[in-house]
Design a protein around this ligand. Structure first.
Ligand code: CDP
Length: 580
């Protein structure tokens, strides 16, 4: 009954004002006048109850309310939050719960426009789409039926971009796109230059799909073959180093294109018999097969530091509940098309990750740019993966293995059961970290005080609550200090802050690309999918600095790299300090 539900799910959500603003703007149900018709507490109840319902599929007598209560407690205490579409859509008409999709783009007009249609359906529901355009024949290649010539992948990408532009007016949030082209596609140079004009393809992130062959050719300064995907024949050669240098140069200029290591991603494909992974989702953290989708969820690490120590038992509890939650999401999701429903349920991938990493480090007084931090990153991620796998195996005993388990890589590795082909992903947590009031993903603090642009230009001022708490506890919090921090956004060189805390509150700009990359690699080591991370460069960084970072990320085993040089793009989302 409603009474029982209200009683069981009664704890007040621990939200700050920024979080409430964000929820009111996009997440809460609305009435006909566009006013929120539910409160944040109702949203968490709606989500918890809806996701718990999946238990019934496996046990007619399942105690839904008990599971709902577990889910609810994890969410309202901000220990765990699912990705935005789940918060927005669970228990509502749309019921589309996943953030990440990859759609195939076939080399035919029908295929291309089929993908455009499916993109529209996904974006309408707040999901993001990744595509590989590598199967499209190069521009000027013959089109048999019309005796004309093809316009090529880069030209077709603008169709997807325009569709996205139109959809986002009506949708719950702006869906993002990832466009990938293999480095051996004959149009690769056009692709690399596609976003040089910054007014073009504004709804796309671009990444070049790098192969091992290509990377070897870069290292040995050799030429490599371009392959026409339609005829499979060699269409020319390029000097690998020239291509690499151009990519580096353009990334230095404006952040695009990024890179993904396609061969490496496929070497770790858990279900190779299901096909090859050609693309990732928009922010790069989730490689998927064509027509696969994945729902993400993130653990807020700051919540697990108690008296300067990590509470591992509490963390384990959250991991266990989160895996149960995310596995249920797969069943409760209303997929936009049948192919996605089918492919997603064959492998049942989930993406459990984390946020509040910088908070955790600061609370433990560990500088982000230190070996101690990268070691802890490995320990934390290994813990999440191992405990996550244990829970997935336990679920499999009751609910069955994911359908392609026997043909997957797991049996040969000694796994007896697995409910999900992947468990871990490190997402950017762009919005859910605002809802949780924590630092985003595994990123360092961007600043200790800053304006944040939320959704459509609502500017909010934030001072790191973690910093304020510690400054208060350690007895150095003053109004003057807060003013000083607000002005520069940083705490180093402020004399009233003890040196160890200056180091613990290091900000992105004072962390070298080397440490950004080391951190990404440390998390990647224990992440089944991939890790979302931006390697920040100061404005004065050189092209050579970017080049070195790309090679470092390759050597350290990352699955891709995204860089951003301060000031290289207008309309930056975050600005340090309040001075300007
Ligand atoms: O924090 P939230 O759950 O809203 O999302 P996120 O962790 O920042 O992003 C996770 C994934 O959601 C991205 O990689 C995209 O696949 C998708 N996304 C999108 O399509 N459009 C956005 N505006 C934000 C996220």
């Amino acid at each position: 009954s409603v009474k029982d539900i209200e009683k069981a799910l009664s704890r007040e959500p621990e939200l700050n004002q920024n979080a409430i603003t964000v929820l009111e703007k996009r997440y809460l149900k609305r009435d006909n006048n566009g006013k929120p018709s539910e409160k944040p507490i109702d949203m968490f109840r709606r989500v918890a109850l809806n996701i718990a319902e999946a238990d019934k599929l496996y046990d007619k007598n399942a105690n839904i309310l008990a599971s709902a209560k577990e889910f609810y407690e994890q969410m309202v205490t901000l220990r765990f939050l699912p990705n935005s579409p789940t918060l927005m859509n669970a228990g509502r008409e749309l019921q589309q719960l996943a953030a990440c999709f990859v759609l195939p783009v076939e080399d035919s007009l029908e295929g291309i426009f089929e993908a455009v249609k499916n993109t529209a359906l996904i974006h309408k529901s707040g999901g993001g789409t990744g595509f590989s355009f590598s199967r499209l024949r190069p521009k000027d290649d013959v089109v048999k039926t019309t005796r004309g010539v093809s316009s090529g992948p880069v030209s077709f990408m603008t169709v997807f971009d325009a569709a996205t532009e139109t959809i986002k007016q009506g949708g719950t949030r702006r869906g993002a796109n990832m466009g990938i082209l293999r480095v051996d596609h004959p149009d690769i140079m056009d692709f690399i230059y596609a976003k040089e004009d910054k007014t073009k393809l504004t709804n796309f992130n671009l990444s070049v799909g790098l192969t091992e062959k290509f990377m070897q050719a870069v290292l040995e300064d050799k030429e490599y073959d371009l392959i026409n995907p339609k005829t499979k024949s060699v269409a020319g050669q390029l000097r690998a180093k020239d291509v690499f240098d151009k990519m580096v140069q353009l990334a230095w200029e404006g952040g695009d294109p990024g890179i993904v290591y396609l061969d490496r991603i496929n070497a770790e494909n858990p279900t190779p018999k299901e096909g090859e992974m050609e693309s990732t989702n928009p922010c790069g953290e989730q490689p998927l097969l064509p027509y696969e989708s994945c729902n993400l969820g993130s653990i807020n690490l700051g919540r697990f530091v108690k008296d300067g120590q990590i509470d591992w038992a509490d963390l384990e509890k959250t991991i266990t509940v989160a895996v149960h939650f995310l596995d249920n999401v797969i069943d409760m999701n209303k997929y936009p098309i049948p192919e996605i429903d089918r492919q997603t349920k064959r492998n049942r991938k989930i993406g459990l990750g984390l946020m509040g990493w910088a908070d955790m480090l600061a609370m433990l007084c560990i500088p982000y740019n230190s070996d101690e931090a990268t070691k802890l990153a490995e320990d934390v991620m290994q813990f999440i993966r191992d405990k996550g796998r244990e829970k997935s195996a336990a679920l499999a005993e009751i609910r069955g293995d994911f359908p392609t388990f026997k043909d997957s890589v797991y049996p040969a590795k000694g796994f007896k059961n697995m409910r999900n082909a992947t468990i871990t992903t490190v997402a950017p947590t762009g919005t859910i970290s605002i809802i949780a009031g924590c630092s985003s993903g595994i990123e360092p603090f961007f600043a200790i005080a800053f304006y944040r642009q939320v959704m459509d230009n609502n500017k909010l001022v934030e001072v790191s609550p973690v910093f304020k708490d510690i400054a208060k506890r350690e007895g150095f919090l003053t109004d003057e200090l807060l003013d000083q921090v607000a002005e520069t956004g940083a705490v180093h060189d402020i004399e009233s802050v003890p040196e160890k805390w200056q180091k613990a509150f290091v900000t992105a700009h004072d962390i070298t690309p080397f440490w950004h990359t080391k951190m990404q690699a440390a998390f990647q080591k224990f992440t089944d999918n991939a890790v979302s991370k931006t390697v920040n460069f100061p404005n004065e960084a050189t092209v050579e600095d970017v080049r070195r970072t790309y090679l470092l990320s390759y050597n350290l085993g990352c699955k891709g790299t995204t860089i951003y040089r301060d000031g290289s793009r207008t309309g930056q989302v975050l600005n340090v300090g309040t001075k300007d």
